[in-house]
Design a protein around this ligand. Structure first.
Ligand SMILES: Nc1ncnc2c1ncn2[C@@H]1O[C@H](COP(=O)(O)OP(=O)(O)OP(=O)(O)O)[C@@H](O)[C@H]1O
Length: 309
């Protein structure tokens, strides 16, 4: 759906995007993660033909960009930063104008199309209110409704939950998952690890213009081959399992071996109280921090800590 090869953008001496090879496949919810200033917006703008690359190739839906823009862009829905709307007009009228301005929107079916996307983003009941009375979350959803007018195969979203409250973030997340279930590939940029971890199937990490990581989320956070034992008596685990203990962190003991049932049987058989057992997996935060170590402190992991496994 998106492929880039050695994609670069320089602004004077600044290497905003420094030779990246993106690979976004059909059906992905792809999280494009990076700290502020790492080059996410510049990349998204290049993908959509809004900024010219200094060097490199871009393919969108198998066609070269920006050359094939006229053919490709009607099949792509995009939301970049805060979408602009006419505040004094209703959401419905804004979408009607947008639909009329773009190519390929049959006039006779326009009203139905607008109603359908308003329903889809949960604005059916407020579509006739002026946009200036909308909350930030509602405006963001209206922007998304605009991106959905042409039933895009690919959605490209730059920080779609920026500035939203937890409820708004939740709604956008559900909407994107639903769209993905019905066949839309989603590419979204974010600086929030937790957001990407909860939503995405594939992850790319940008660090000062370079793609330092790109893989399936399930692969990145695959079990490490160890078992995490929760116990009030870590000393007893040591006594029973000896050399198999890899680490102790308070009441959490990491034990070599990827068979929690076997570990449990050994411990309980020896009278060790076990209050929790699971396969150890790295959190996305740990994976990202390891890959982008030099500037890891700039990636916002705080929100991801609670979601870590
Ligand atoms: N038009 C421009 N002229 C000069 N420098 C620019 C321009 N646009 C971006 N940059 C620089 O390129 C780098 C990458 O910026 P970009 O906005 O793509 O990052 P980002 O990851 O999207 O950050 P944010 O999350 O803050 O939007 C930054 O150093 C920025 O200052």
């Amino acid at each position: 759906m998106i492929g880039t090869s050695n994609l670069r953008k320089r602004y004077g001496a600044v290497h905003a995007v420094d030779g990246i090879d993106l690979d976004v496949r059909a059906g992905d919810v792809y999280g494009f993660l990076g700290a502020n200033g790492s080059g996410k917006t510049t990349t998204v703008r290049m993908l959509l033909g809004l900024v010219l690359a200094t060097e490199g190739e871009i393919e969108l839906l198998g066609e070269p960009m920006p050359r094939a823009g006229r053919r490709v862009l009607p099949r792509v829905g995009a939301l970049i930063e805060n979408p602009a709307h006419y505040g004094h007009l209703s959401g419905r009228v804004n979408l009607t104008l947008l639909d009329a301005a773009g190519p390929g929107g049959d006039r006779r079916t326009r009203a139905d199309r607008v109603s359908a996307v308003l329903e889809q983003v949960g604005l059916g009941a407020v579509g006739r209110r002026p946009v200036k009375a909308y909350s930030l979350g509602m405006r963001q959803r209206l922007g998304l409704a605009g991106a959905l007018l042409r039933r895009p195969e690919l959605l490209v979203l730059d920080e779609p939950t920026n500035g939203l409250d937890p409820q708004g973030i939740h709604e956008i997340r559900d909407l994107l998952l639903e769209l993905n279930r019905t066949g839309t590939t989603v590419f979204l940029s974010s600086h929030l690890l937790a957001e990407v971890e909860q939503l995405c199937t594939r992850v790319g990490v940008l660090d000062r213009g370079r793609l330092v990581l790109q893989d399936e989320l399930a692969t990145l956070t695959a079990p490490t081959g160890a078992t995490l034992v929760q116990t009030p008596r870590p000393d007893l685990v040591h006594r029973v399992l000896g050399g198999r203990v890899l680490r102790v962190d308070g009441e959490r003991v990491v034990v070599h071996g990827a068979d929690p049932a076997e570990v449990n049987a050994a411990l309980v058989g020896a009278g060790v109280p076990v209050t929790g057992l699971e396969l150890e997996r790295p959190s996305l935060e740990e994976v990202v921090l390891a890959a982008a170590s030099s500037s890891a402190d700039r990636v916002d992991g705080a929100a991801g800590r609670g979601a870590g496994r």
